[in-house]
Design a protein around this ligand. Structure first.
Ligand SMILES: C[S@@+](CC[C@H](N)C(=O)[O-])C[C@H]1O[C@@H](n2cnc3c(N)ncnc32)[C@H](O)[C@@H]1O
Ligand code: SF4
Length: 361
């Protein structure tokens, strides 16, 4: 449990690191999502980590020692938050040791899970600062793409974490199946959890094609954001700021899936708009790392060929490699919310600070 003093200290450190990065070009790292394993007990049909399609050959998983060394280096770079993701995450045998090590470095630790094994590993889960549980809606909606039995396991985990007072966020992928009901919002409200949602991240940038039947059209995506804003204003615990939701309702580009590259003429043309285009700051500030050490700025760019690898290049050189990525902005709401924080948007900073002080232990 973090004391008020520690929360204040962490918030000020994050602010300081963002300013150093923004105005002085310093390489820092605010948060990282680490896939601690390549294995998963499920095979969700939309899963972006497994939809690699042979673009890149996975190396072996980072060893425990390599991961610990990475956390040592990240702590020195000012890293304050880490989420342990992964195809399996909690059933991974090293899960407890990794959580202990991350926390010993004063790095906030969240695990993202499909809900399986939460009950079996509840003592380790209890040490997390927060947990994120994936659930797409009611039983039919959740099991449609994630597989039979997933809803029940996710609900068991949500109930258990709620009973134990473990700060919980739900994450829901929105497809044609659940876009009209948004049932997961009701579950979040009932169990006092926060919720983030995302339309399918398509990895189009890396040449990967998703089944268009799963993905929302532009109009459906816009409508989703309009409804989310309405729900948020009606008190639903949606962890996106109004500011970010409004930007996505009035999204200035044709296609939410397009990654806009640096130097694109549209960026200049649209720069005078009231709601400014948030230029991507994620890059090295909050990357995602696969279990074999390959590192990407975000989920959208996962599987991009020639991405740096921490095991081969070391952390610093890999982060510098991310800084030079050619992308400028994109239409992924989860990434832009984080980006908006890294761009020090006051509305977002206020909401994130409120969430941190009230919902993270
Ligand atoms: C990659 S998973 C890893 C953690 C864990 N296996 C799970 O499913 O919760 C992290 C989150 O990404 C979501 N996700 C997977 N593929 C996605 C995609 N193509 N677009 C958007 N979200 C996706 C999952 O539903 C989950 O909430
Ligand atoms: S449970 Fe998570 S990692 Fe596993 S297949 Fe589903 S989305 Fe992917």
């Amino acid at each position: 449990m973090l004391s008020l003093f520690n929360k204040l200290k962490m918030s000020m450190n994050v602010g300081k690191e963002i300013i150093l990065a923004k105005y002085f070009g310093k390489i820092v790292s605010i948060s990282i999502k680490v896939f601690i394993t390549n294995k998963c007990n499920l095979n969700c049909s939309y899963c972006y980590p497994i939809i690699n399609k042979g673009i890149r050959k996975f190396g072996r998983n980072m060893s425990k020692e390599e991961l610990f060394q990475l956390f040592d280096e990240l702590a020195k770079l000012g890293n304050e938050g880490g989420s342990s993701s992964g195809r399996g995450t909690i059933d991974e045998r090293r899960f407890g040791e990794i959580v202990d090590y991350v926390k010993s470095k004063d790095i906030l630790c969240e695990a993202i899970t499909n809900g399986y094994y939460v009950a079996d590993k509840i003592d380790e889960v209890d040490k997390l600062n927060s947990i994120c549980i994936s659930i797409d809606g009611n039983e039919e909606e959740t099991d449609y793409y994630r597989g039979r039995g997933c809803y029940k396991k996710a609900m068991e985990a949500i109930k258990l974490c709620s009973e134990r007072g473990i700060p919980t966020r739900l994450h829901s992928v929105i497809t044609r199946i659940n876009k009209d009901s948004l049932n997961a919002l009701e579950i979040a409200k009932e169990y006092g959890a926060g919720i983030t949602v995302s339309p399918i991240i398509t990895n189009e940038y890396c040449g990967i094609k998703y089944d268009p039947e799963i993905c929302l059209s532009r109009d459906e995506t816009k409508e989703l954001f309009e409804r989310l804003l309405e729900y948020k204003l009606n008190g639903y615990p949606i962890n996106f700021s109004c500011n970010t939701l409004k930007y996505f309702i009035d999204y200035p580009f044709e296609d939410y899936d397009e990654v806009i590259k640096k130097g694109d003429s549209r960026l200049k043309r649209l720069s005078g708009r009231k709601s400014k285009i948030p230029l991507c700051k994620r890059m090295y500030l909050s990357p995602e790392m696969e279990a074999d050490g390959t590192i990407y700025p975000c989920a959208t760019l996962m599987h991009a060929p020639n991405s740096p690898n921490v095991r081969e290049m070391g952390l610093m050189e890999s982060l510098v490699g991310l800084k030079d990525m050619e992308c400028a902005t994109c239409g992924s709401i989860t990434d832009q919310e984080l980006n908006s924080l890294l761009n020090m948007n006051l509305n977002t900073v206020r909401e994130v600070v409120k969430y941190f002080f009230t919902s993270v232990r």
